[in-house]
Design a protein around this ligand. Sequence first.
Ligand code: VGL
Ligand code: ZN
Length: 206
Amino acid sequence: MKALVLIDIQNDFLPGGALAVPDGDAIIPVVNQIQECFDLVVATQDWHPQEHKSFASSHPGTKVFETIQLNGLSQVLWPDHCLQGSYGAALSDAVTWLKTEAIFRKGTDLEIDSYSGFYDNGHLKSTGLGNYLRGKGIKEVYVAGLAADYCVFYTAKDALAEGFSTILIHDATRAISNEGFRKAKLELSKMGGKIIRSDDLRGSNT
Ligand code: VGL
Ligand code: ZN
């Protein structure tokens, strides 16, 4: 059984958003087209309270995109984004969400960021996604969405660690930094992850 995990396809990560991923909207037609190839579609949604500790604005004297130490973890400081209930946090209207059976929200704890759809960055708490997928009989996890070098990468890494066959769909993601994405792909490959194009899914449905 194959699941597609659609990661953080939210207004703030799309052109015009607070933390827009370059060319992020290019994934939308791909994401809409590939859904029929899967037994299950789930989504994640970055969902931060105001004054979240991943925001530069919560640390006076710092700048956006600077890295600090936060409770023993290295933390990139982001512009304020995906505020709970805001337009920026909403899932994009351009995506078909009809097939999405569950949405896992993350980044809700003020004190710790959460890139992966499975765990926060300190691996302290689970979102429940792993058990949910296991409960549905899923063995293969396909990842797509935004951003390739952050939430998609960390979700794929945790999917591998949780024992799922893990496949990243290259043209269904875009990165904040292409250099960061290059390293992420190498790391995923070394861990046993696969990287495919959406075309490779053709003929594999049913
Ligand atoms: C993300 C940075 C901060 C992502 C979320 O979805 O990749 N990146 N919060
Ligand atoms: Zn975030």
